[in-house]
Design a protein around this ligand. Sequence first.
Ligand SMILES: CCCCCCc1ccc(S(N)(=O)=O)cc1
Ligand SMILES: [Zn+2]
Length: 258
Amino acid sequence: MAPWGYEKDNGPAHWHKDCPIANGKNQSPIDLINGEVKYDSGLKPLTAKYVPFSDAKFLNNGHSVQFQPSAGNGSELTGGPLAVKYNFEQFHFHWGNNDTEGSEHRVDGKMYPAELHFVHWNSTNPSFKDAVGSGGPNGLAVLGFFLKVGAENAALKPITDLIPKVKDAGTSVTVPSNFDMQAILPATLTDYYTYDGSLTTPPLAECVKWIVFKQPLEVSAAQMEAFRSVINRDGKPMGGNYRPPCPLHDRAVKTSFK
Ligand SMILES: CCCCCCc1ccc(S(N)(=O)=O)cc1
Ligand SMILES: [Zn+2]
């Protein structure tokens, strides 16, 4: 099979051939249906401590654009539904070719124009790859933020300004060391949905504690257009790099908010 992608001939409907877990019972993304979620008063706010990076790359891997510091950069996530400390690995985006589509998770069936994923791995593992293969939903913790079109996002501007430099698949640039990743996050990481799920791209491993924030982040129309200029491995616009929602089966979605 051609390498996986989001086109007719290699998109989500084909992924089960190489990754049979695609039809598993803990797949992501899902539609977050407010009438079916359950408030959990035990869910605390999350604490993300992101330290400045000396040598981080921003890259186009053919199916997303991704910010990736060198391993062991000391940025950590704790709290919320997490029992242990998780190390930051990378963040990346999923988006559409217009403002009516693009996010992976949905809220009562509504899609946002884009979704930002901050990927972290359980620090009781020796590496990210071990955490992916560790079995069970505590290998990774991914923070999902919906993006909607509005005011310019000053914290993301250093990243969206780099997009033209990684227009083509397989390209990367060094991110200026004064980039402040912490500034992207809202001041308090309080209102979120959380559930046990999977990677939303191959290998689709069911190793993710998903934490999806209720409050979208805003980006300007120009910042959204920057994403839509990115080209994938087949030389086509990368927009549409989102997996449709998967069945919930007998999973519960908990919320930290009423
Ligand atoms: C052993 C190599 C595994 C690489 C898995 C890389 C990956 C990370 C996060 C996501 S996402 N969209 O669920 O956040 C998808 C894929
Ligand atoms: Zn993702």
